[in-house]
Design a protein around this ligand. Structure first.
Ligand code: SF4
Length: 235
């Protein structure tokens, strides 16, 4: 990223603005170098609506791991039909995935954390890094209340490993506020959210949560320690 861009200055410029104005402001600063990644979760659908309804010059991409729920593809399809816009799809490198599955089988991630991290790296992190090439600002649907790890982030922060700014437009939103926005604006959403799934990733690694469980408890639930992250957002 161009180091002339001053993060404290941008924080001041967007402080107190609406989500739309914040996105618009960042899109003007980082014209052609700003990207939003969606996994079609409920937060991502709100941000997609802001971008597409207002024709913001922000590239929208998704990572297709090859292990997603059919319900997720349904939202993908409904979204591009509703807005008449394009979402760029990034797939994993087929040779890496073929080798991993040939050597370790289709459910290697259940047997060790190393295997799980490896699968997430091939299917998510590497394609994400490819999508982020030559980008200076990455928008994501993270909210502070999703987990302790996420609560320690800042709405606009610098990712030192990727050398870019990360912006979370809904960082201070509650889940209830996100749900209301979706309903009021008739935005397509993943039907799994109505069945107790709050954070939705790959089908074999996501389950519904029970009452009182942590927001991220349904992700990699067999792992008992460490952050519930795929490696894309770990600080
Ligand atoms: Fe692999 Fe599960 Fe990670 Fe998806 S969430 S990339 S299936 S380990």
């Amino acid at each position: 990223m161009n180091q002339i861009v001053n993060i404290s200055e941008i924080r001041k410029q967007i402080a107190g603005k609406s989500v739309l104005d914040q996105l618009d402001h960042l899109a003007s600063i980082f014209n052609g170098r700003i990207l939003f990644t969606t996994s079609f979760g409920i937060e991502d659908q709100v941000i997609t609506d802001f971008i597409f309804e207002n024709n913001l010059p922000v590239k929208v991409v998704t990572l297709d791991t090859g292990r997603l729920f059919p319900e997720t593809y349904k939202v993908f399809s409904e979204t591009i039909r509703k807005y008449g816009k394009k979402i760029d799809v990034y797939f994993p490198d087929h040779e890496a995935v073929e080798k991993m599955v040939t050597e370790k089988g289709p459910f290697s991630f259940y047997y060790s954390k190393e295997n799980r991290i490896e699968c997430c790296r091939y299917r998510k992190v590497v394609p994400l890094n490819r999508a982020l090439e030559n980008k200076d600002c990455w928008i994501s649907g993270i909210r502070a209340s999703q987990s302790d790890n996420r609560g320690q982030m800042e709405q606009l922060e610098y990712d030192d490993s990727r050398k870019l700014l990360k912006f979370y437009p809904l960082y201070d939103w509650t889940f209830e506020k996100v749900e209301s926005f979706i309903k009021e604006n008739e935005i397509p959403y993943n039907i799994l959210h109505d069945k107790g799934f709050v954070s939705i990733g790959c089908e074999p690694c996501t389950r519904a949560i029970k009452e009182g469980e942590d927001f991220r408890a349904g992700r990699w639930w067999w792992e008992t320690n460490g952050t519930k992250e795929c490696g894309c957002h770990v600080k």
